[in-house]
Design a protein. Structure first.
Length: 148
């Protein structure tokens, strides 16, 4: 599996993560065919530097927007302000959304942020390739994954 992320999303994630630090930032990415085109910044309701939870009303608003755009949720992202871009025990415990990539943006090395993606298979994180691509004016053709 490979997740492509349009170029405009990375600066938005970085700005959100840096603004939230030393707390974790979080949000969603939407798109289709493993190609993320939409960035959703959500509030870390836990206001914690070690874990996050998203406000339900913001999640519902993002899901409604994705349905209106005929896209689906492809990734759940959050930052690690001071630790590597790996799934912590807490991240694994809370990874209960199927068929999404869990993206972690590490700010541990401020001059070299690290973005990594994982899927969870039988309780274990499996790293997936994440590639930044130029922004497109149109989404790739829909191949039946449809809205969520």
């Amino acid at each position: 599996m490979k997740l492509t992320v349009e170029a405009h999303i990375m600066p938005a994630m970085l700005a959100t993560a840096r603004e939230a630090a030393p707390l974790e930032a979080c949000g969603l990415l939407g798109g289709r065919n493993e190609h993320a085109t939409e960035f959703y910044r959500l509030t870390n309701a836990d206001a914690s530097g070690e874990h996050y939870s998203m406000l339900p009303e913001e999640q519902f608003a993002a899901a409604k927007d994705m349905r209106a755009k005929d896209i689906k949720m492809l990734a759940i992202w959050h930052s690690h302000p001071a630790t590597p871009a790996r799934m912590s025990d807490e991240d694994l415990r809370l990874a209960y959304t199927p068929d999404v990539v869990y993206l972690i943006l590490s700010l541990a090395k401020p001059d070299n942020p690290d973005l990594r993606g994982f899927v969870v298979k039988e309780g274990w994180p499996v790293e997936v390739e994440v590639a930044l691509t130029p922004d497109t004016e149109h989404l790739p053709p829909d191949h039946g994954d449809g809205p969520t």
